[in-house]
Design a protein around this ligand. Structure first.
Ligand code: SF4
Ligand code: SF4
Length: 235
């Protein structure tokens, strides 16, 4: 599984860093490298682009995995060049951006150079697909293990809608209808009767709609508790 990213347009990046004369660039050696958005090649290309725009690049680095806790140590080793910059341009996913912020010793602007699109798996070489949006109460057991929230354009819990045609979604002839896929898989398993079961209204308070989600993991006894911000306020 990889965090899928795309690089922001250079004009947007230059707008972010317009108040910074000196910039430090940080890439990521894992997902952003795989996506060709924030690996060594892209970081060096960005350095040239910023310099062409009149910026001084105080240094650059490609973290092994930007969202990893080892990022703190890597930033400490690069502290001199980072401290010399007015701001940091992160060619990492959004988690990498925020991990860098967690570990910075001094408040310093950190700008995202990438758009974070989704967590994807490779279903064929070089092609990544979104399979889950982490809703907090999985319904795969009712939908033949095909997620209707991310695979159906309307996120229908009970489908299909009237737009399904020839196995394709009404939004594009290139997109399979998720509910046709669910139907076909249930049929192949001899479980079509489950199409009659109505999936109840979901509890969205356990999704991000309920506020930032947190989990505590006890390393010794393995007890895991999760809470949304809303729950924390009432506990
Ligand atoms: S139902 Fe929710 S948890 Fe399950 S795959 Fe879909 S988004 Fe992910
Ligand atoms: S055609 Fe299928 S995938 Fe598209 S919105 Fe309707 S039910 Fe969802």
């Amino acid at each position: 599984m990889k965090t899928i990213t795309e690089q922001k347009p250079l004009e947007e990046i230059l707008k972010y860093v317009e108040k910074c004369q000196r910039v430090h660039i940080i890439g990521c050696g894992t997902c952003a490298t795989l996506c060709h958005t924030g690996g060594k090649t892209e970081v060096i290309d960005m350095k040239k682009a910023l310099e062409a725009a009149g910026k001084k690049v105080t240094g650059w680095m490609v973290l092994p995995t930007a969202c990893d806790e080892l990022t703190g140590e890597a930033l400490r080793q690069e502290a001199e060049d980072i401290n010399a910059a007015d701001g940091i341009l992160a060619l990492t996913c959004s988690i990498g951006v925020q991990t860098i912020v967690f570990h910075l010793k001094e408040p310093k602007p950190v700008y995202p150079g990438l758009n974070t699109l989704f967590l994807g798996v490779e279903d064929r070489p070089g092609h990544f697909i979104e399979l889950c949006q982490y809703c907090g109460s999985c319904v795969l057991g009712r939908t033949a293990a095909i997620c209707p929230l991310v695979r159906c354009a309307k996120s229908l819990l009970n489908g299909p809608c009237g737009g399904s045609s020839g196995g394709k979604c009404e939004v594009s002839k290139d997109i399979p209808c998720a509910w046709q896929m669910i139907y076909d898989r249930l049929a192949a398993m001899g479980r079509l009767d489950e199409m009659d079961d109505i999936v109840p209204i979901k509890d969205w308070s356990v999704s991000v709609s309920g506020g930032p989600r947190m989990v505590d993991v006890d390393a010794e006894c393995g007890i895991v508790t999760s809470k949304t911000t809303a729950e924390n306020k009432t506990s």
